[in-house]
Design a protein around this ligand. Structure first.
Ligand SMILES: [Fe+2]
Ligand SMILES: [Fe+2]
Length: 314
């Protein structure tokens, strides 16, 4: 497989696992196409054509010799040092999780997913979109200043292939957790914590000092309606969404990570928030994807914090 084919597989798997559903993703791409067609020739020339086929612009191929990949190094946060490590290990590519380059600069672009997911959980779409709009522009300004091509430059100089898979992998986490929660339907927050903590990546994370944690609410409280609104969709959502979520009948939010301000607002809205832990969650998503690559004969070495757990061959 080439890096481009690996990215295509990630998009395919991420779309299938997307909480919005496959049709909603297809509809989003159709809308991009319509927008593109409505542009002037000059604006069409400036339009990033990748947006017409990739619904997850925070993922991409950043340095590519076109060489087929037999051995990959996969992790969460790549550094220039990891690139030198990849070179000495003789791997054909680095597959990073967190966005790089233009993918980082466009992190805000994929966050509209969160509004759709909130709407599916009962928050009126107009409220979800309105609050997310503020948050998306905030994230957009935040990443605007980042030195997003630093690591890509190192990869180019070292002649090491580099790509990243972000939202497609996070979609796999959300889908995985949704399935186990739907199946078990935990009544108490403690039962929800126990359920998530039983997944191998979270077990290892607990051993590493970051267990599944209740950030708002307590283990003796009833979970109520559990939602996975803070697992995928770029980064943390709108700070002032929690009251609206509570009004929509939501009881508990499962998140990857949560800022202090988000936490306070969730608590004030009487919501429970279970933070599954960040790196273990990112690892789970990457693992579900990497297992597929291994099935296709690619050898995978983990780096950069990835807790590599292999799941049984189907
Ligand atoms: Fe992630
Ligand atoms: Fe992450």
């Amino acid at each position: 497989m080439t890096q481009q084919q690996i990215l295509e597989l990630a998009i395919k798997m991420g779309t299938k696992a997307d909480l919005r559903g496959v049709e909603a993703v297809a509809k989003y791409l159709v809308r991009q196409k319509k927008k593109f067609e409505g542009l002037s020739a000059k604006k069409q020339a400036d339009f990033d054509k990748e947006r017409l086929v990739n619904p997850y612009m925070d993922s991409g191929v950043w340095n590519d010799s076109g060489k087929p990949v037999k051995k990959a190094m996969a992790g969460i946060d790549v550094t220039s040092g990891d690139i030198m490590l990849a070179k000495s290990l003789g791997v054909d590519t680095i597959i990073n999780h967190h966005p790089l380059g233009k993918g980082l600069a466009m992190l805000d672009g994929g966050m509209h997913l969160q509004a759709d997911v909130l709407a599916l959980c009962g928050v009126p779409i107009n409220i979800a979109e309105s609050l997310m709009k503020v948050r998306i522009s905030e994230v957009g300004r935040g990443v605007h200043a980042s030195n997003s091509y630093k690591t890509i430059d190192a990869a180019k100089l070292a002649k090491v292939n580099l790509m990243n898979v972000h939202t497609p992998a996070d979609n796999l986490v959300a889908d995985f957790l949704k399935k186990i929660i739907d199946k078990k339907q935990p009544e108490y927050v403690s039962e929800l914590v126990e359920l998530i903590a039983g997944v191998d990546e979270y077990k290892e994370s607990a051993r590493r000092g970051s267990p599944v944690k209740i950030f708002a609410g307590s283990e003796d409280r009833r979970a109520g309606k559990i939602v996975l609104t803070e697992i995928t969709g770029g980064t943390e959502g709108a700070k002032n969404i929690y009251r609206e979520m509570a009004n929509a009948g939501i009881g508990t939010v499962v998140a990857m990570h949560l800022s202090e301000e988000h936490r306070k607002n969730a608590e004030e809205a009487h919501l429970n928030v279970v933070v599954a832990s960040h790196i273990a969650s990112d690892s789970l998503g990457m693992n579900l994807f990497l297992d597929e690559l291994e099935k296709k004969g690619i050898e995978v070495i983990s780096y950069g914090g990835l807790i590599r757990i292999k799941r049984g061959k189907k």
